[in-house]
Design a protein around this ligand. Structure first.
Ligand code: HSE
Length: 323
């Protein structure tokens, strides 16, 4: 850690942290990628004292009890490592819908720790910020810290968590044509619930398939081979236990593959699904297919069509300096 600065001159900042697609098919808890222009906006103010306040000005409802808000453990982990108490006021201005499957909780905790690091003149590396933000994921997932959403939300691009003990964060290259359509149907699946249905152990034959796909995905990213990426984005371990939360999941996958998507999977813990495409026109078309599919089940959905972005959390123009 760098030398600690006293509280000056910047005391308030406004930041954005992007939404993310975790798992990327085969990479349960170890891989995630960053969406463009969808995410959370927070303003964070620090001062003398030792109090944390979280104010919600977004359209989403958040827990009244700050102990239940993912921002709290992430911020506390940051302050504990920094070693100097401070008053912190976090205002949530814009928020991705909680339970969406595109890293809603991760975007909040990532934005909060990123903002503190900026305000205090970068005492920590991005990798340490990932560790702090992971504490928020621990709160909502039933105790397992994982960084496949917070990693890409802070760093941008495609992020691999090679290991957790110690945390080993690897940024992978993002092929230029890489984009996706994400559908967020109006159904709630909590991360905790989606993790509770998973088996504790898996047969070796499934592990062999899964690690073949993870290796294929990493090789495809390294070589910019979108077809290899597409055929490696298959999840034989987790998806069979989660797909029942998503009406007509197999049928939807057949439809989007028919129109040309390279792969379709559950996004994070769901209920969002994402389809990998090699151009934006196709991704728009796939988004329409997804929308129509869920409407058949009388479920409305939000569609996001996005390139995979290399940009993670960042400062927004306002409040850069309040002397
Ligand atoms: N890897 C996590 C999961 C992402 O699939 O449960 C959601 O937090």
């Amino acid at each position: 850690m760098k030398n600690k600065s006293t509280f000056a001159p910047m005391r308030k900042i406004r930041v954005f942290a992007p939404a993310t697609v975790a798992n990327m098919g085969c990479g349960f808890d170890i891989m995630g990628m960053t969406l463009d222009a969808v995410g959370d906006v927070l303003s964070v103010e620090i001062g003398e004292g030792d109090d944390l306040k979280i104010i919600n000005k977004s359209k989403q409802s958040l827990p009244d009890d700050i102990e239940q808000n993912v921002i709290t453990p992430a911020v506390r982990a940051f302050v504990a490592a920094y070693g100097v108490p401070m008053d912190i006021t976090v205002t949530v201005e814009h928020k991705i819908a909680p339970g969406s499957g595109i890293g809603s909780s991760a975007a909040s905790s990532s934005a909060a720790v990123y903002a503190l690091n900026e305000l205090l003149d970068h005492p920590f590396t991005d990798e340490r910020l990932v560790e702090f933000a992971m504490e928020g994921e621990k709160l909502i997932s039933g105790g397992t810290p994982h960084a496949d959403n917070v990693g890409p939300s802070i760093l941008g691009g495609v992020v691999l968590l090679r290991g957790y003990d110690p945390l080993d964060v690897v940024r992978l290259p993002v092929p230029g044509r890489f984009c996706c359509a994400v559908a967020h149907p109006d159904i709630m699946v909590s991360t905790r619930e989606a993790r509770e249905v998973l088996p504790k152990e898996i047969p070796l034959r499934l592990a062999v398939k899964q690690w073949g796909n993870v290796a294929g995905l990493v090789a495809g990213l390294a070589e910019g081979d979108v077809a290899l990426i597409g055929r490696s984005m298959k999840d034989v371990v987790v998806e069979p236990y989660r797909k029942h939360f998503i009406p007509g999941f197999d049928e939807l996958r057949n439809k989007v593959l028919e129109v040309g998507a390279l792969a379709m999977n559950i996004s994070g813990a769901g209920p969002s699904v994402f389809a990998l495409c090699d151009n934006m026109t196709l991704a728009d078309k796939v988004g329409e297919v997804m929308k129509a599919h869920f409407l058949q089940y009388n479920i409305d959905s939000r569609i996001y069509v996005s390139k995979i972005s290399n940009r993670g959390a960042r400062t927004l123009a306002d409040y850069n300096f309040e002397g």
